[in-house]
Unconditional design. Structure first.
Length: 306
């Protein structure tokens, strides 16, 4: 079987080597398409692929239609909003993600960006500390729980809300205290870190009314997806409330407008959360193993289009 790794933002070399080892050990062949800038290159590369590994690369209906032999696509990472699941299902393609494999990397970046923000982007002026501050985690999944674990080390007072978890489940983690709803999280906390996926329900859900519940000096951290933010409303709010800060690992569409809030806004030029050797190795090799198990035993654990 031919396994194609198509990554516009490539894995570290050590991860590609590890993926190759798993693929070849299982009797398959590896093809690589890295740093492509033209979607036609992706269409050509998938034409004879039996399996596909991607990162945030968009696997659209068109990609699927060009991939006549494709049986499985694995998004090496957590969020699979880049996969057209309907098109995959229609073409009998199994779609998977690799949950948890890159979550520590994202969580470490959250804390790094937070320190950067409270120290005024290292501009020499006096900043503030995280010790004793209230951190709110919106969605207590793999990334959220890692953020809570690390934030505890900073001495932060950690709260969480997750629409799919009970308060008891959150409290039982021992690293975060549950609040009743997301409004309460924004009201209670000095910093809110977003870890919700981009779904029909969450897109645009971080809006004026919600963020406006934050106390003076509130900081919103987004390492999730730009689509969960209602950008027009956040821009309006930040113009009105000059105390609020927005820190993002997912550059907003309105980056140029947010840049007007000097000292209160920062976005990474390219999504950096999962961009570590360790995360690349973990997610890439998990993807390769999942493909090998699928071809060997028909294993569909981690399938997201069931
Ligand atoms: C994820 O959903 O796993 C993260 O957003 C990482 O995305 P990336 O593989 O594009 O860095």
């Amino acid at each position: 079987m031919k396994v194609l790794v198509a990554t516009e933002k490539p894995f570290a070399k050590v991860a590609v080597d590890g993926i190759r080892e798993v693929v070849e050990k299982n009797g398959h062949t590896l093809a690589l398409l890295e740093k492509y800038t033209d979607v036609n290159d992706l269409y050509a590369a998938v034409a004879d692929a039996d399996a596909l590994i991607v990162r945030s690369d968009k696997v659209t209906k068109e990609v699927v239609e060009h991939a006549k032999n494709l049986k499985i696509v694995v998004r090496a990472g957590a969020g699979y909003d880049n996969l057209d699941l309907e098109a995959c299902t229609a073409h009998k393609i199994v779609a998977m993600n690799t949950p948890g494999q890159n979550s520590n990397a994202v969580a470490e970046l959250v804390m790094g960006m937070l320190v950067y923000a409270v120290r005024n982007f290292y501009n020499g002026k006096s900043g503030s500390e995280l010790l004793g501050k209230k951190l709110g985690i919106l969605a207590f999944g793999n990334v959220g729980r890692n953020v809570a674990r690390i934030a505890k080390g900073f001495g932060m007072d950690v709260y969480a809300y997750d629409a799919f978890m009970t308060a008891d489940q959150i409290n039982a983690s021992g690293i975060a205290k549950a609040v009743a709803n997301q409004e309460a999280l924004f009201e209670t906390c000095d910093v809110v870190s977003l870890h919700i996926p981009a779904t029909a329900e969450t897109k645009g859900s971080i809006n004026y009314a919600l963020v406006n519940k934050m106390k003076k000096g509130g900081i919103l951290v987004n390492t999730a997806r730009k689509e969960v933010i209602n950008e027009a409303e956040l821009l309006k709010l930040m113009a009105e409330r000059t105390d609020l800060r927005y820190i993002a690992d997912v550059m907003p569409d309105a980056d140029a407008d947010f840049k007007a809030f000097e000292g209160r806004y920062f976005a990474t030029p390219k999504k950096m959360g999962a961009q570590t050797e360790e995360a690349n190795v973990n997610a890439g090799i998990a993807a390769a193993n999942q493909i090998a198990a699928f071809f060997k035993d028909g294993c569909t654990k981690f399938q997201v289009n069931k």
